[in-house]
Design a protein around this ligand. Structure first.
Ligand code: FHN
Length: 588
């Protein structure tokens, strides 16, 4: 679990609230024909085709905030790097002085684009203006921009657009339409602490935001995506001033954060992967590599390359795109941990990208060992890409519930053919003793026809014992299954639940144990098994990544058979926990 500020979360919640009760999608973003949506397939409007195939994009948060880089008046400021002005209530003049030190002489946009390409990234979305209102482009609408106020005096967006065009990389623009802490009137709703921010929000929209949106739409060639953010006070009427600007850009893809009830094309889960995707909507998970979007000198909480690769696979298996963020330094350099991770992702993609690009969601509800992506073949058969995270130790990989006839199975990395046979619970594939790639080894399985999968409910062992693993959980409310180590994380919401279905083999009393990491004391939860429940409290370990086995207590299971098990937090005192496997052992 990685923490982000309560404020950021609140802003996002506000963004999403403003998008509820939504009207129809605006022109030219034709609404997705909802009637033709089934659980995993969307009838694709053509302009979405490239995006759906791409699966992997790069977000860039770059601006004046990369100068203080998380430090103000000698003090390390907690929270997001790009929020420093807001979080420390930095006066406008003081903040604007940072622009004098924003001199990215090491900026090499071609190098950025080639780095992204080598990682397997297909499109870039960059902040043209974040909440600090600083335009990273040559703007006529406000001189609070890089050309006028920085010693660099160059339009870095134009330079990036040129590089993207040269190397065939799609480019999209992030634009903070309603939160602007420097242009007068722009902070009317989203935080206000300096007289210089005074002004009317409508006049800010008319004189700064709308002219700037026109500039980014018209001065840089094709814009692949327009990424609105935080629609504070964006009423229907205000949004209606912006949507017509997109009419001349019929191919542009927009997200769901404009506000005013505008649905846009994309859902934008932030910092999480929706447990079962977002059926019937295009979606793009945006995520940081460490804990900040904009560069901070001392944020070393980097996700491992393994986590990033598995996130990409996980997202593709749920039918979404991964918009992975980088925060460059004010010099224009990319921090080395980012470079290393993108290189690792590129190494994996070089061999396995076939399992990502152009694929659709998994037909399996859950797979105990990894993920699956799918490609429909022209002859009506289907390729299943099985990305194995946890390699079997017995030489057999069970594809549970698969009823189709298998035609061939190969290791994607080297083409080695694998034997397979039908078994009672699905298809069993004979695999080498060791994985080819610890991050994810892909098996390319060709099956006859469209996937026909029966949900297999796992069974307890003959002695009655069983283990509930994070990967098998059905999660609701934000808690999610994380990979390294496998755990249920992001469990910040006291209403979030994890549940499982299992075939109990023996009635009786069971001892329940689980390794848990918890920063604070007092996180209690209820384990509900059928109609019995057990209340337990996690021990604090001081760090949510430090696990200690908790003996949670005993519970009576009344009868054998299919049983639902749910873990629900007790709201009082709930902070968050990370929980690994829950083990049930019968008391003899
Ligand atoms: O407040 C911003 C944040 O700084 C960052 O830009 C993210 C990216 O999705 N969006 C906002 C919070 O939802």
């Amino acid at each position: 679990m990685r923490k982000y500020t309560a404020f950021g979360t609140a802003m996002l919640a506000a963004a999403l609230m403003l998008n509820t009760g939504m009207a129809k999608a605006y022109e030219p973003g034709k609404p997705i024909p909802k009637k033709s949506i089934n659980k995993h397939a969307i009838v694709e409007p053509n302009r979405m085709a490239w995006w759906s195939k791409a699966r992997f994009g790069m977000f860039i948060h770059w601006g004046v905030y990369s100068v203080p880089a998380g430090v103000y008046e000698g003090e390390k400021v907690p929270g997001l790097g790009e929020w420093i002005m807001h979080d420390k209530k930095i006066p406008v003049d003081t903040y604007q002085a940072y622009a004098k030190d924003f001199n990215p002489t090491a900026y090499d946009p071609e190098k950025w684009v080639l780095m992204a390409k080598a990682a397997g990234i297909k499109y870039i979305v960059i902040t043209t203006k974040h909440h600090d209102g600083f335009a990273m482009f040559d703007s006529k609408a406000s001189d609070w921009n890089i050309v006028k106020r920085s010693p660099y005096h160059k339009d870095v967006i134009k330079m990036l657009a040129d590089a993207c065009r040269k190397y065939g990389m799609k480019l999209g623009f992030y634009y903070s339409q309603a939160n602007d802490w420097n242009n007068a009137g722009g902070a009317a709703a989203g935080g206000h602490w300096d007289k210089k921010q005074d002004g009317s929000f409508d006049s800010y929209l008319d004189k700064v935001a709308i002219p700037q949106i026109k500039e980014i739409l018209n001065n840089y060639g094709d814009v692949a995506e327009l990424w609105w953010d935080v629609p504070t006070d964006m009423t229907k009427e205000r949004a209606a001033k912006i949507t017509p600007l997109l009419k001349d850009h019929p191919n542009i893809i927009t997200n769901n954060r404009l506000g005013g009830g505008v649905e846009g094309d994309l859902e934008t889960p932030e910092q999480y992967i929706p447990a079962t995707g977002i059926p019937g909507r295009y979606w793009e998970t945006c995520m940081t590599m460490n804990d900040t979007w904009g560069f901070k000198t001392y944020d070393d909480h980097w996700k491992s390359s393994k986590t990033l690769i598995r996130n990409l696979v996980d997202i593709a298996s749920k039918g979404g795109n991964y918009l992975l963020n980088i925060g460059p330094k004010s010099t224009g350099e990319i921090p080395e941990p980012i470079v290393e991770r993108l290189k690792d992702m590129g190494g994996w993609m070089k061999v396995n990208s076939e399992a990502i690009y152009g694929t659709t969601a998994s037909p399996f509800r859950k797979l105990p060992w990894g993920r699956c992506t799918t490609k429909e073949m022209a002859d009506g058969n289907t390729t299943l890409y099985l990305s194995v995270f946890n390699w079997p130790t017995n030489g057999e990989l069970l594809v549970p519930g698969l009823k189709n006839q298998a035609l061939s199975a190969k290791l994607l990395a080297n083409g080695t053919s694998l034997k397979f046979k039908k078994v009672a619970d699905g298809l069993s594939i004979s695999v080498p003793s060791a994985a080819l790639n610890e991050d994810a080894t892909v098996i390319k399985l060709l099956i006859k026809g469209k996937p026909d999968v029966e949900t297999v409910i796992p069974s307890a062992n003959a002695d009655g014992s069983f283990v509930l693993s994070p990967a098998d959980a059905d999660t609701k409310g934000g808690v999610q299954s994380e990979h390294t180590p496998p755990n249920l994380g992001y469990w910040t919401n006291a209403k979030a639940t994890a549940s499982w279905q299992i075939k109990i083999t023996k009635a009786g009393t069971y001892v329940v144990e689980a390794p848990i990491g918890a920063v604070t004391e007092g996180n209690s939860f209820i384990i509900q098994v059928g109609n019995q429940s057990l209340k337990a409290t996690a021990k604090a370990t001081g760090n949510d990544g430090k696990y200690e086995v908790n003996r949670l207590g005993q519970i009576k299971i009344d009868k054998a058979g299919i049983t639902n098990i749910t873990v629900t937090p007790v709201a009082e005192n709930w902070q968050h926990i990370n929980m690994r496997d829950i083990t049930f052992t019968p008391v003899n």
